[in-house]
Design a binder for this molecule. Structure first.
Ligand code: 4AD
Ligand code: MG
Length: 430
């Protein structure tokens, strides 16, 4: 019976055939252990000299790392492995012999691994991270569909820049200037006026000269936008969504979390509601903690975010930032005009900001004024302003960065391991 590693539990004590690669191997005179992988999972194949044809045992002894094979064997329960099964190998058919696979079981430097990203993806650790990424995407679609949202796809080639003009990737659009999307938000606002509750999922691009463990040049964002939702309603969607995603990963990726050595107790606690702290209080807190490098009006750096996050065991919303350090479209607070109705969600354990969101300005005159104050071209925002001319309503939305969320939930240090082919400051290859 032909099957996959993921499905072997259905074939205990039966003989199966699996198309697989040799991830690793060790052998002695009498027995060979093959670490097999097939994309769906990893399983140990045991080849006992006394129990198989001599030719099979010789193949098992000589086969090289990453050779592809059809392996036949009897599925056995194996209490000692986290996976729970092993394969008592009876036959091996070599499909393709791999020679001098560059990523050997010894330690390699990061640059070497990044140069071989196309192969590094095959490792057990990278496989686990990609499975968790996939589960987060799956749970995202499930959550928003359950909640009555419609998925809308904003364009990637655009003529306007929602998140400021300094980090844009410019390109030619025939004779016009165009930019790669930094955020689909403005288009999602138009979509919310047509469909009520919408969400997008797509790539976004920022020519940021930041070389940190949290920054990618190309990253994927989930951007929900809701008509008639105010600042407070927006936070409730966010905490419910993030809790849903974390609990889904715990439920469906326990093996992957084990492979990564993730402390799952910390994740168990991630359930709505999440704590909130105002920007004002966050500054006070930091000053009291001895951070004298930050004052009211400054944006937080990574050490500040980490210090704040450390006092909570759940993600924390920092709310009501100064108007001057946030984009033009954010609704001012009703009682004071020096702060806006926005929140950033900071992940625990030093993973930093995973969500940025706000209530949006719905007053036409105020929005027009802000566009002028920010020196943005009124022509480029003509259509966006028009959304405030015909039945304008209070509305809110947010953007969750997928890779930072994968890093946090998986417990991996750097976002470069959370996307199949990371685009970094000095890396466009492979
Ligand atoms: O806070 P940001 O810039 O917000 C927006 O773009 C809004 N227009 C979203 C919205 O309201 N629809 O980005 C949102 C999130 C951040 O919190 C972070 O998780 C992620 O996107 N992000 C990055 N992730 C990886 N690399 C980068 N260079 C990132 N820049 C932002
Ligand atoms: Mg932000």
């Amino acid at each position: 019976m032909k099957t996959t590693i993921k499905e072997v539990s259905k074939f205990v004590d039966k003989e199966v055939t699996i198309g697989a690669w040799i991830a690793n191997k060790r052998s002695s005179g009498k027995i060979a252990f093959l670490q097999l992988r097939d994309g769906t999972g990893f399983i140990q194949g045991v080849v006992v000299k006394a129990e198989v044809d001599e030719a099979v045992f010789q193949t098992a002894k000589s086969i090289t790392q990453e050779s592809s094979i059809f392996v036949t064997g009897v599925v056995r329960v194996d209490e000692r492995s986290p996976f729970g099964y092993e394969l008592g190998v009876t036959g091996i058919e070599v499909i393709h012999e791999s020679v001098n696979y560059p990523i050997t079981p010894k330690e390699h430097g990061t640059e070497f691994l990044m140069d071989h990203r196309h192969l590094w993806l095959r490792s057990k650790r990278q496989h686990a991270v990609m499975k968790i990424r996939n589960e987060i995407i799956r749970a995202t679609y499930e959550f928003f569909n359950k909640e009555g949202f419609t998925k809308v796809d904003p364009p990637i080639l655009t003529g306007s820049a929602p998140e400021g003009t300094s980090e844009l990737f410019a390109t030619k659009y025939f004779d016009e200037d165009a930019y790669l999307s930094q955020s689909g938000q403005l288009y999602m606002e138009a979509a919310a006026m047509a469909l009520g509750k919408v969400f997008s999922f797509g790539p976004t691009f920022r020519a940021e000269k930041s070389k940190t463990r949290r920054h990618l040049i190309e990253f994927w964002m989930i951007e929900p936008e809701m008509a008639f939702y105010d600042f407070e309603d927006n936070l409730v969607v966010q905490e419910n969504y993030v809790s849903y995603v974390v609990q889904s990963v715990l439920e469906n990726c326990s093996l992957e979390l084990t492979v990564l050595g993730r402390d799952t107790e910390k994740l168990q606690q991630i359930k709505a509601p999440f704590p909130r702290i105002s920007y004002d209080d966050a500054i006070k807190f930091l000053n009291e903690k001895g951070f004298d490098d930050i004052k009211w009006g400054d944006d937080f750096g990574a050490p500040h975010e980490t210090a704040i996050a450390e006092s909570f065991d759940k993600p924390v919303f920092i709310t009501h930032y100064p108007t001057g350090i946030k984009p033009f479209y954010m609704q001012p607070a009703p009682d004071r005009d020096d702060v806006v109705l926005c929140a950033d969600l900071i992940a625990p354990e030093g993973y930093g900001e995973i969500i940025g969101g706000s209530q949006r300005i719905h007053d036409h005159e105020l929005l027009k004024q802000r566009i002028e104050e920010h020196d943005l071209s009124p022509e480029a925002y003509q259509w966006y302003l028009q959304l405030r001319e015909f039945g304008s309503v209070p509305h809110s939305g947010f953007g969750l960065g997928l890779e930072r969320t994968v890093a946090w939930i998986s417990g991996v240090e750097h976002v470069r391991e959370t996307i199949p082919f990371p685009r970094l400051l000095n890396r466009l290859y492979p």
